[in-house]
Design a protein around this ligand. Structure first.
Ligand code: PEP
Length: 249
């Protein structure tokens, strides 16, 4: 049985005191669902968040990392550095990283490898842009992103992979994929996995939806059979909203 997961991506939001207050609010929430919960603060607040949440069942993830172990990569953070502060999950391939920092499929494949060598879990993001959706090309785009980023991996690696389908046109725009659009794409993603690795593996991988997921629409999206949770941006910045989504299962 695959896991239900709700992950909050805080992006470049919250200084230390804002982070402290969001962490305190999160600790006051009650989880009534079976979803696993993660939050991804900025690097400067990562260790603080890890320490604050270590007595809870909320895990802390990083929003990015470099593929190298160490060396002359000014401004970068490695997998082993994350692990050294207790962080064992990393978001890779977010559309903002792809768009603003030119992260390509090839670069992401190297980052995925570095995370897996370090026994980390990867939340691997991908999704089509509006022009692709309008021209009906969304499945080709997603197919390419998954294959280029992940299909060099052996089947055993997928126990540490969570997929996050995030249509770019729905991220931070207030426009959400309809539950049917999400389900159709998630079913396509699972079929793509099954064609390469078989049904058992495809059925075991959690596929999250991301893109303006909110308390008001989470339940309907999560009710779809191939949607195993959400990657949440804006609505993860308020503990009450985030937990309304966590509890939408
Ligand atoms: C995201 O950035 O991963 C995201 C889904 O953002 P939002 O929920 O704000 O659309």
């Amino acid at each position: 049985m695959r896991k239900n997961i709700v992950a909050g991506n805080w992006k470049m939001n919250n200084d230390l005191s804002q982070t402290e207050s969001l962490l305190a609010d999160l600790k006051n929430q009650t989880k009534t669902s079976n979803a696993e919960v993660l939050v991804a603060p900025t690097f400067t607040n990562l260790y603080h968040a890890y320490e604050a949440l270590r007595t809870t069942d909320i895990e802390v993830a990083a929003q990015n990392m470099h593929f190298a172990e160490n060396g002359a990569y000014t401004g970068e953070i490695s997998a082993s550095m994350l692990k050294s502060i207790g962080v064992t999950t990393v978001i890779l391939g977010h559309s903002e990283r792809r768009e603003y920092f030119n992260e390509t499929d090839e670069l992401l494949a190297k980052k995925v490898d570095a995370a897996l060598v370090n026994d980390m879990t990867v939340i691997f993001c991908f999704g089509e842009e509006l022009t692709d959706r309008k021209s009906g090309n969304q499945e080709n785009i997603v197919d390419g992103q998954i294959k280029n980023g992940l299909f060099h991996l052996p089947a055993t690696a997928f126990k540490n992979i969570i997929l996050a389908y995030e249509p770019v046109w729905a991220i931070g725009t207030g426009e959400t994929a309809s539950p049917e659009q999400a389900q159709d794409m998630h079913a396509f993603i699972r079929k793509t996995l099954a064609n390469k690795y078989g049904n058992d593996l495809a059925d075991s991988v959690s596929i999250l939806y991301g893109g303006s997921c909110k308390p008001g629409n989470a339940q309907e999206i999560f009710s779809k059979p191939d949607v195993d949770g959400g990657l949440i941006g804006g609505a993860a910045l308020k503990a009450e909203d985030f937990f309304a989504i966590v509890n939408a299962f």
